[in-house]
Design a protein around this ligand. Structure first.
Ligand code: ADP
Ligand code: ZN
Ligand code: ZN
Length: 752
């Protein structure tokens, strides 16, 4: 029961407009919900217009006696151009996101509703000649006589081809709009517009018939579709190693959903959205499928939403933001590689696509199906508690065996005289592959680490004293911090153990490529990193070149999780398997395990057995050990214990309150206040089991002269953290001169 409602009046406008406050009439007190469509008096004439309730509140800055009442509720499920309006649910979702993650309502709305841009459904305008050719000839000679050059130019063209794109007419022929208008008024030409909704994928006659499912695959499909038919919406998690047939299961599920007249959203991390993966979906469902990715223009994205709303497509594939495709009859949301960090948004609202998908599915009565070879601790824990159905696929369907994994201790290599970045075992195995004409993939994990400097004897990493990030080696012989610019001359001896072998990984992959060329001049090497993959195409090009065996060795920083099969890759080397462990971050172990497991998953996909060499300074670390044994459960148990011990997710929830300001004292003060407000809520409610940490400088304490401070609060109950967030948010709005910026990050995936 709330006194006031904020209502967005017309969301089809160019921008999502600001909400207006209305009073809630008694009759609607118990029924009104965010997202509902209402009729409201608007403007001076009080004409009734349709609006959407974005928020219910008991407070208003506006004098209540001056506020208008909501007129009535539009029947929910009402139709608009014949289809149910899914925007109601989107607004309800935005309201939930605002509450759950902390942001303004407008930020949340902008996230879920596609911004209306000028480039909206691309309007293709045409100029048509209305008179016949003879008349046109007469007019043309008259224009020429009168020296009306523009008109003459246009007529000459139209006589040749009576329909011309307007763009060509206004730009190439330089005909002024006024001239066109005049000709139109005289009945000589017509200006028509056609709305063309674009499908970004060009379809050929490609088809991909369904595979006969294995017994295990069929069990999963049958169970989930049975749930669908009996209205059970328990989410499902498929834990299946790479190549175990998860995608084939998704395809069968979507087929079942489409047969039931419903629609599906498929989330796939952008990096795995390869041509091959897309074609499996297109081959199966043809032009009922569309795709959203970051290379689409805003206009094209909006087209996809429009086509979805009109029911012209039934399946959308894309990264995080594809979740907000407004399907009126959403039946299933599939999340592939559900553990991927890219599902978490790093801008406000900092939502997690998995949690948001669960909420959206609840609003639609739809099911969520997640899949991964290395499920996130969060999801696996929920599956074990029975909150999610858990399915396991343990075998590769293409017959390949799991690869044999060797762990090589880099400290020992050096002690025994090997100064190369390749261990002796890796060298020996690479040479064998070159002899046998088989392929090798080498990974240098973690993007940010190109150029970092470490000690080959003890593993020490040179870090910036101000930023807690590693320093990068520059060509001019200095070490530089990429966040704050701190610079020191290159070190000659390890500050930790005194060894002379403290060396840079230079330009990372580039240096590795160089070394390979020196070691094996006859080998063909391809490199894949941020430099060589600036565009999506170049990324695909490198992968296809490698798949076509145009190279013997692929060196990369990016992990290709799926979408490309390399049957001739029989060796995978991970060059420094523990770099991510040196980062102060509670998810580092999980990340390392995922990375190593996925790297291993690339080897031996064909008929030939694969081998993996993990080079590491910490061979005894449990992430490395469990990855070696391909033992996910073992890793899960140990990692969960660690999280329980330190009250980290999923054992507890974590709210990071992030404060930033250009003056350090301001950021510090803002953080101190936030901590104080958090403490007030905790004390007032006697939440003895809440843990408050900080204020403290953030992991990266300053970026671009903006100081960053954090306050961290842990509690088992997420909603208690939401209460703390609400209080801090409110106190900051009450404060007239609140300094700096305040952001909230629930269960962060990246250290701030
Ligand atoms: P994942 O998504 O788990 O990596 P995929 O669905 O891509 O697995 O399957 C891996 C490979 O096995 C693909 O080449 C796929 O075509 C094939 N495959 C999947 N299911 C079957 C099946 N039931 N019968 C034969 N081949 C299959
Ligand atoms: Zn720095
Ligand atoms: Zn050292």
């Amino acid at each position: 029961m709330s006194k006031y409602a904020n209502v967005i009046v017309d969301i089809s406008h160019e921008k999502v407009d600001r909400p207006f406050g209305y009073r809630v009439p008694d009759a609607l007190q118990d029924v009104l919900q965010p997202g509902m469509r209402v009729q409201i008096p608007f403007g001076t004439g009080n004409t009734l217009r349709t609006g959407y309730v974005t928020e219910l509140t008991d407070e208003s800055d506006y004098p209540p006696e001056k506020m208008k009442y909501i007129h009535s509720l539009t029947v929910t499920g009402g139709t608009q151009d014949g289809v149910q309006d899914p925007r109601e649910k989107m607004i309800a979702l935005a309201a939930w996101m605002k509450q759950q993650y902390g942001s303004t309502m407008i930020q949340a709305l902008k996230t879920v509703l596609p911004a209306r841009t000028k480039a909206a459904a691309k309007e293709k305008k045409e100029i048509r000649l209305l008179v016949d050719k003879e008349q046109a000839q007469v007019l043309l000679s008259e224009y020429e006589r009168k020296h009306q050059k523009a008109k003459a130019r246009l007529l000459t063209e139209l006589i040749q081809s009576p329909v011309l794109p307007r763009e060509l007419v206004t730009q190439k022929l330089a005909i002024p709009a006024a001239t066109l208008k005049g000709l139109q008024e005289n009945g000589i030409i017509a200006q028509d517009s056609k709305t063309v909704l674009r499908n970004p994928v060009k379809l050929g006659d490609y088809t991909a018939p369904p595979k006969l499912l294995s017994k295990k695959q069929q069990e999963i499909v049958t169970r989930i579709l049975q749930n669908e038919d009996s209205g059970v919406t328990t989410p499902a998690l498929i834990h299946g190693i790479t190549g175990s047939g998860k995608t084939e299961v998704y395809l069968a599920l979507i087929e079942g959903i489409l047969k039931r007249g419903k629609q599906a959203i498929v989330l796939i991390p952008e990096i795995a959205l390869t041509y091959q993966t897309l074609m499996r979906f297109y081959g199966r469902f043809g032009d009922r499928v569309s795709v959203i990715n970051s290379t689409l223009s805003p206009g094209e994205k909006q087209d996809q939403c429009e086509r979805a709303r009109r029911g012209e497509i039934d399946v959308i594939i894309g990264p995080r933001s594809a979740l907000f495709t407004p399907f009126p009859r959403l039946g299933m949301i599939l999340i592939d590689e559900e553990h991927e960090n890219s599902y978490k948004s790093e801008t406000m609202p900092r939502y997690h696509a998995r949690e948001t998908a669960l909420k959206l599915a609840e609003l639609h009565g739809a099911q969520v199906v997640m899949g991964s070879a290395t499920p996130s601790l969060e999801s696996y824990a929920r599956a074990r508690q029975g909150e999610f159905l858990l399915f396991t696929l343990k075998e590769r369907l293409t017959g390949g065996q799991l690869p044999k994994v060797y762990v090589e201790d880099l400290r020992r290599e050096l002690k025994e005289g090997n100064r190369s970045i390749f261990s002796r075992r890796l060298q020996e195995k690479m040479e064998q592959r070159l002899k046998d004409g088989e392929q090798t993939m080498l990974f240098l994990n973690r993007r940010g680490y190109a150029g970092f400097v470490s000690c080959r004897a003890c593993g020490y990493v040179c870090k910036c004293p101000h930023c807690d990030v590693s320093l990068s080696e520059h060509k001019n012989g200095t070490l530089v911090c990429h966040y704050c610019g701190y610079t020191i001359p290159a070190v000659k001896l390890c500050p930790s153990c005194g060894s002379r072998y403290i060396l840079g990984f230079k330009a990372g992959t580039e240096a590795i490529e160089e070394q390979l060329k020196r070691l094996y001049p006859q080998a063909k090497v391809l490199r894949m990193d941020a430099d060589t993959t600036r565009t999506k195409e170049s990324y695909e090009k490198i992968l296809s070149a490698f798949a076509n065996k145009e190279a013997d060795i692929l060196v990369g920083t990016q992990m290709i999780v799926k979408g490309h099969d390399f049957p001739d890759v029989t060796l995978v080397g991970v060059l420094a398997a523990d770099l991510s462990l040196s980062v102060n971050d509670y998810r580092a172990g999980e990340r390392t395990f995922q990375l190593l497991t996925q790297a291993a998953g690339r080897a031996g996909r064909g008929t030939k057995p694969g081998e993996v060499v993990l080079q590491t300074y910490q061979p005894e670390h449990y992430s490395v050990q469990y990855a070696k044994k391909a033992d996910y459960e073992g890793f899960f148990e140990e990692e969960l214990l660690y999280r329980q011990l330190l009250s980290y997710p999923p054992a507890s929830h974590l709210l990071a309150v992030l404060l930033s300001a250009p003056i350090e004292a301001q950021a510090q003060l803002a953080a101190a206040q936030a901590a104080e407000w958090a403490k007030t809520v905790i004390d007032k409610n006697s939440w003895a089991d809440a843990v408050l940490i900080g204020p403290a400088p953030a992991a990266v304490g300053k970026i671009n002269d903006i100081y960053r401070y954090g306050v961290y609060i842990k509690h088992k109950d997420y909603q208690k953290l939401v209460k703390i967030k609400d209080h801090i948010e409110k106190q900051r709005t009450l404060q007239k001169d609140a300094k700096g910026m305040c952001q909230f990050d629930f269960d962060p995936v990246n250290t701030w």
